[in-house]
Write a protein that binds this ligand. Structure first.
Ligand SMILES: [Zn+2]
Ligand SMILES: [Zn+2]
Length: 351
């Protein structure tokens, strides 16, 4: 499809312009998507504010839904008009990790993917390169509308993190933005005995409670570890005691919550890190030595699982969408996403 489209282009920290740019060219293996809704991710906020992961001229946006507008000649199983979501993950194909099929670890990933290196979805159109149905492009079932469809990608990360939760576990979720809230829901769906949440935003605390957390705590107002000991139990370990959490999901990405995760986890428990701290956290490694927790970094998971969770209502993201903006208002949308006291998930709607 030749021609121009409107897109929000990142120029410099806290500066984004809405302008006309060429519509991406569709190669034989590619699919062009007419974007319906794009959500702002925590990592987009880092990019917007601090320039992390991006160069000037980048169109951000990797959480989106839309309809198929044009299909490359070699692509199978997809038709024009299909409602879809996806994420074009570009990898080099030749490095140490690509050779071992560990594509998520390819060092080129953030230079060659949707919204990272390649044009993203704060635009009228976005491209899925080397489109493979079920892998990097997925059909949305009728139960999932375009707004919820734009939350599939963060639900992938949330469910990937919560995959560490086993039936009967006691779980602490640190941070209840969209991913933290959904991870809490998925942990419950997986049979956790108790799921508790700490946050500093009153809005996010209230929503975590409404969406099914067993208990919530405003960690700006007191000692979160003491609270966890009370509601989850005391975890004794060599020379000391902490929390008794089987699994801690660190979704806040603050140096403080990173440290708390090592305090709250029980000996032999699991910590999953999802939140991206802007500054490094000081880690007391004696807690790793004495408690020997399993420490997991999580960047994603399964799209099919996320779509199933949303389609069956085991995960519900609709109430977490707090603000809707037009494409022209994308810079204002980013400013709103920065206000964690006022927003949970901010989306940009193209219709
Ligand atoms: Zn994201
Ligand atoms: Zn590679």
């Amino acid at each position: 499809m030749a021609g121009k489209m409107k897109a929000a282009v990142w120029q410099a920290p806290s500066r984004m312009t809405v302008e006309m740019v060429p519509i991406p060219e569709v190669g034989p293996k590619d699919v062009l998507i007419k974007v319906a809704v794009t959500g702002i991710c925590g990592s987009d906020v880092h990019s917007y504010k601090l320039g992390f992961y991006v160069e000037p001229g980048q169109i951000l946006g990797h959480e989106f839904s839309g309809t198929v507008a044009e299909i490359g000649t070699e692509v199978q199983g997809i038709e024009v008009g299909d409602a879809v979501t996806g994420f074009s993950m570009g990898v080099c194909g030749t490095c140490y990790w690509c050779q071992r099929q560990q594509y998520g670890l390819c060092p080129e990933l953030f230079h060659m993917s949707t919204g990272y290196g390649k044009p993203g979805a704060f635009a009228e159109y976005t491209l899925i390169e080397n489109a493979m149905l079920g892998a990097n492009i997925l059909k949305l079932p009728p139960e999932i509308d375009f707004e919820v469809g734009a939350t599939v990608e963060p639900t992938v990360t949330a469910s990937g993190a919560a995959a560490e939760v086993q039936p009967g576990d006691k779980v602490v979720v640190l941070g209840a933005g969209l991913i933290g809230n959904v991870a809490m829901q998925v942990a419950r769906a997986r049979g956790a005995e108790k799921v508790v949440v700490t946050e500093v935003s009153p809005l996010r605390l209230k929503m975590a409670q409404e969406m099914g957390a067993d208990a919530v705590f405003d960690s700006s107002k007191g000692d979160a570890l003491a609270w966890v000991k009370e509601v989850i139990g005391v975890g004794r370990y060599h020379f000391n005691e902490g929390g008794m959490a089987d699994v801690v999901l660190e979704m806040a990405g603050a140096p403080m919550t990173v440290q708390q995760s090592f305090e709250m986890v029980r000996s032999g428990g699991t910590i999953v890190f999802v939140g991206l701290p802007e500054k490094p956290a000081l880690i007391d490694t004696t807690k790793i030595i004495h408690k020997t927790p399993k420490i997991v970094g999580c960047l994603g998971g399964s799209f099919a699982t996320a779509i199933d969770l949303l389609a069956t209502g085991k995960a519900n993201t609709k109430p977490l969408i707090t603000h809707r903006f037009s494409l022209d208002e994308t810079p204002a949308a980013f400013e709103m996403q920065l206000k964690s006291n006022e927003s949970i998930k901010v989306i940009v709607k193209m219709y």
